[in-house]
Design a protein around this ligand. Structure first.
Ligand SMILES: *Cc1c(COP(=O)(O)O)cnc(C)c1O
Length: 471
C-alpha cells in the first residue's frame, strides 16, 4: 500500500521553489505574481494527481524536487504569459473573418499606426496656424476625392454611421424601408432594431421579393423623414424580384423634400467585374445617383481598420458632426492613421489591388495558390505520411457578409489521418492553442488548409507548427 500522505509531504513549499535560481531568473522576465501563481498551480496539479492515483505504485517513483517543480512552473508561466489577444494563422480561406479580426491591414497602414501610436501627433492641431483642428481633417478631403461626395465623417464602425444618420434626421419621425432590405448583419446588427433604437418609426413597404417605387410613394405621410435603402450585402435574392434604383428613389425623395440614406455595407470604390467578381454598388455611384447620405464600413472590402464612414451632402454631414452622438461614437487616432494610409492607396487602383491584403487575397492567382498548396503538402508528407496528404481543388469564401455568392477557386492541402489513435478534435485543439494558434477548416475528418488567407511568410512556419502539434 502506498501512503498518500507521505508522498504529499514530499511536495516542496512555494517559498522553497521560489529560491531556485531558474525562478530568480524568471522574475526578471515576468511579474512576480505570475511566477508565484504558476508555482502554486504546478504544485496544486501534483497534489490533485497524487490524490487521483492514491494506491498506485508509480507514485513512489514520482520525483518532486524543488528544481523539478521550478522547471515545470517556469515552462507553464512562459507558455501562459503574453496577451489574450494575439495573432493567429487563418488557414480557413475565409477572407473577411469576423471572429479572426476581419481583415489584416496593409503595410503602409501598419507603419502609419506605429508612427502615430508611439509618440505624439497632430491629431487635432493645425500645424500651419497652431490652432485647434479636427481629427476628421486627416480623412475628409481624401474620402471626398475618392467618392465624389461633398463631405465625409468617420465614426467607430458602420453600425454607428447608420445609427447616427437615423438619429440625426429621423428621430421621432418615420423612415420608409423595403421589406427585402430589413436584413440582419453579423453580431446581431438588425436594421429594424437599429431603427427603433435610434428613436425612429420604421415603415415597412413592399414584399420580401418585390418593392416598387409606387410602394414608397404610397407610404409617404407628413411624418416621413427619409427613405433608407440598405444594400443586402450578405444575401442574394434571385428569381422574381424587383428593387428600386437609387436614382429613381432619389427623384421621389426630392419631390417630397425627403432624405435618401443609403447603407452600402462594404465600401467598394472600384469596379469589381474587372477582377472576375460580381458587381457591387460603388460608393461614388450612390453619390452620383443622388443619395443624400451614404454609409459604409472601413474593414470589409475596403480593407482598412474598423470604422464607419458617412459621406454626402455638406449641410447634412455637418448636422451629423454636431450631434452629441458624434463624440460618443468617435474614432481614435489609430483608426485615423490606418484609414488615411489605406485610403491613400485607393488613389491608384493598381496600388490598392497589389498592396491591400483583402485585395491581394481576393485576386490571388489559381496557379500561385496551387504552387503554394503543393509546397506546404510536400513539407507535411514526412509528418503525416504521403498517403495522408493531398492537394485538392476547393473554394475560398469572401466572408464577413460580403459577396455572399462568390466562391473563389483555390487549392487546398487536405490532411486525412486514418490512424486509430489519432483524434482530429484533440489535434485541432492543440493547433488552436499553440503559439501562434492555427485555425483550419474541418470537413468531416479531413483537415483543410487554404493558402489564400495565409501569408507567404506563414507558409514557412506552418509545417513546423503542424509537426509540433502532432508529436
Ligand atoms: C456590415 C454591415 C453593417 C455594419 O457595419 P460594421 O462596420 O460592422 O459596423 C451595416 N450595414 C450593412 C449593410 C453591412 O453589410
Amino acid at each position: 500500500m502506498v501512503d498518500k500522505e507521505s508522498i504529499l509531504q514530499k511536495l516542496p513549499a512555494v517559498d522553497r521553489v521560489m529560491q531556485e535560481p531558474i525562478i530568480k531568473r524568471l522574475q526578471e522576465e515576468l511579474p512576480r505574481s505570475i511566477v508565484l501563481t504558476s508555482i502554486r498551480n504546478t504544485i496544486e496539479s501534483y497534489r490533485a494527481y497524487i490524490a487521483d492515483h492514491r494506491g498506485d505504485k508509480e507514485l513512489l517513483s514520482l520525483e518532486l524536487t524543488p528544481l523539478l517543480i521550478a522547471k515545470e512552473a517556469a515552462e507553464n508561466a512562459r507558455e501562459n504569459a503574453g496577451n489574450s489577444l494575439k495573432p493567429v494563422i487563418n488557414a480557413t480561406g475565409v477572407i473577411i473573418h469576423t471572429n479572426l479580426g476581419r481583415v489584416p491591414l496593409c503595410k503602409t497602414a501598419l507603419n502609419a499606426l506605429t508612427d502615430v501610436a508611439s509618440g505624439y501627433s497632430n491629431l487635432e492641431l493645425l500645424l500651419e496656424t497652431g490652432k485647434r483642428g479636427s481629427r476628421q481633417m486627416h480623412l475628409e478631403s481624401l474620402i471626398c476625392e475618392l467618392t465624389g461626395a461633398e463631405a465625409a465623417f468617420v465614426l467607430n464602425n458602420n453600425a454607428a454611421a447608420v445609427y447616427i444618420a437615423l438619429n440625426t434626421f429621423a428621430a421621432g419621425k418615420e423612415i420608409i424601408v423595403s421589406r427585402g432590405q430589413l436584413v440582419e448583419i453579423g453580431g446581431s446588427f438588425r436594421i429594424p432594431e437599429i431603427i427603433s433604437t435610434g428613436g425612429v418609426k420604421l415603415v415597412e413597404i413592399g414584399t420580401t421579393n418585390k418593392t416598387y417605387l409606387s410602394d414608397y410613394r404610397d407610404a409617404i405621410t407628413g411624418e416621413t423623414a427619409a427613405f433608407l435603402k440598405v444594400h443586402t450585402s450578405n444575401y442574394h435574392m434571385v428569381g422574381f424580384t424587383a428593387t428600386v434604383d437609387t436614382s429613381d428613389l432619389s427623384e421621389l425623395a426630392r419631390e417630397f423634400a425627403l432624405l435618401l440614406i443609403e447603407d452600402l455595407g462594404s465600401g467598394v470604390l472600384f469596379d469589381l467585374s474587372r477582377y472576375g467578381l460580381p458587381p457591387e454598388p460603388l460608393v461614388q455611384d450612390s453619390i452620383s445617383s443622388g443619395a443624400d447620405l451614404v454609409t459604409f464600413s472601413g474593414d470589409k472590402l475596403l480593407g482598412g481598420p474598423q470604422a464607419g464612414v458617412v459621406v454626402g451632402n455638406k449641410d447634412l454631414v455637418s448636422l451629423i458632426r454636431s450631434n452629441q452622438l458624434a463624440r460618443i461614437l468617435r474614432v481614435d487616432k489609430f483608426t485615423v492613421a490606418a484609414l488615411e494610409a489605406t485610403l491613400q492607396l485607393y488613389l491608384d487602383e493598381d496600388m490598392a489591388i497589389s498592396d491591400i491584403p483583402v485585395w491581394q487575397m481576393l485576386t490571388a492567382g489559381k496557379e500561385e495558390l496551387k504552387k503554394r498548396a503543393k509546397k506546404i503538402a510536400r513539407n507535411l508528407a514526412d509528418v503525416f505520411g504521403n498517403s495522408s496528404i493531398s492537394v485538392v481543388e476547393g473554394m475560398s469564401k469572401v466572408g464577413g457578409g460580403a459577396l455572399p455568392t462568390v466562391e473563389l477557386p483555390t487549392s487546398l492541402v487536405a490532411i486525412n489521418v486514418n490512424k486509430e489513435h489519432f483524434n482530429v478534435e484533440k489535434y485541432t485543439k492543440k493547433l488552436r492553442t499553440g503559439n501562434p494558434p492555427v485555425i483550419l477548416r474541418l470537413k468531416q475528418n479531413t483537415m483543410l488548409i487554404d493558402p489564400r488567407t495565409i501569408t507567404v511568410e506563414q507558409d514557412k512556419c506552418l509545417p513546423d507548427l503542424l509537426k509540433n502539434a502532432f508529436k
